[in-house]
Design a protein around this ligand. Structure first.
Ligand SMILES: [Zn+2]
Length: 310
């Protein structure tokens, strides 16, 4: 089974390009050091589904992941751990402190680095039960980690955070590393120990702007209509399921801007620059957006290039 899985993954690993072809869609502030105006959120993309949001002198992190373990570690399910040097390099681009780290689900490409990031930024973790239980098993203090439920809302600093239930997309018909982690979980060691847990999406509001973020989804489960329209929709778009649900999500959220996230090859280090993952299909998203006359402007973000949403 494992060998068949590897063969399948290998068969689709062909060279893919970066953002050059889409430079007209890439947004970034002209002067990254300019002070952040009021009524704005600055968005910095960290790769995979990782973000720093800044507003009113505060920072918030979602799914920060810098270690980017190798393809073979993941495919062969070898023990993995955070790469301290890569985490330090990534954090050097960000604010030294953050109000919180939000995690969409417990897979390693969303959670592996979170304990190390928390240590450096003094940010508490807000996530589903499995992600919090795994983080605690790795030594994150109880009082620094909070299990959040879909339907709940949290106010932290300038941030109003609504927690929503989400679906994880399937890889070759199955949700990878399915399962939940209970309160007595052992510290995860192999990629498969970072089980998906409870997939969440968030609506993050501050300074009059609203951002929706998920890490992907499946067709037939659009976000709750009660969310209303958002300024920026960050939609995980790593796999075919996410592409199939793209139009329904965009129609529901009526965003001003759309950033299809989780499209990069996250087995390569960040210093290689943005390279599309072989399983993504950004041209298809562009075609869908155009053909179905979807609202909003499609944008792309490059690693660590801040963009002010206003
Ligand atoms: Zn995942």
């Amino acid at each position: 089974m494992k060998l068949a899985f590897c063969a399948l993954l290998l068969s689709v690993r062909v060279a893919c390009a970066g953002l050059e072809k889409y430079s007209a869609l890439v947004v970034a502030d002209k002067d990254a050091s300019a002070p952040l105006p009021r009524n704005a959120i600055r968005v910095t993309y960290l790769g995979v589904n990782g973000f720093q949001f800044e507003a009113d002198g505060h920072a918030l992190l979602v799914d920060p992941y810098f270690s980017r373990v190798s393809f073979w570690s993941a495919a062969l399910n070898r023990p993995i751990e955070p790469n301290r040097a890569r985490v330090a390099d990534g954090l050097a681009h960000l604010q030294p402190r953050a109000d919180a780290v939000l995690v969409t689900h417990a897979h390693f490409d969303h959670l592996l680095d979170v304990p190390a990031v928390m240590e450096r930024t003094h940010a508490p973790l807000l996530a589903g039960a499995s992600a919090v239980n795994l983080a605690r098993a790795l030594g994150v203090p109880r009082d620094q980690s909070r299990i959040v439920q879909p339907g709940s809302a949290q106010t932290i600093g300038p941030w109003r955070i609504h927690v929503l239930a989400a679906q994880h997309d399937r890889l070759f018909g199955f949700v990878p590393f399915q399962g939940k982690a209970g309160a007595r979980s052992k510290a995860p060691a192999k990629p498969s120990n970072w089980v998906v847990g409870e997939a969440l999406a968030f609506v993050i509001g501050a300074e009059g702007e609203r951002i929706y973020i998920d890490s992907g989804g499946v067709p037939g489960y659009p976000p709750d209509i009660a969310i209303g329209h958002v300024d920026l929709a960050i939609l995980g778009a790593a796999l075919p399921d996410s592409r199939q649900r793209f139009a329904e999500v965009v129609r529901q959220l009526q965003p001003r801007y759309i950033f299809p996230s989780h499209q990069d090859d996250f087995f390569l280090p960040l210093n290689r620059g943005f390279i599309f993952n072989e399983l993504t299909n950004f041209p298809q998203l562009l075609r869908t957006h155009q053909k179905e006359h979807l609202p909003g402007r499609m944008v792309l973000l490059d690693y660590f290039q801040p963009w002010t949403l206003r």
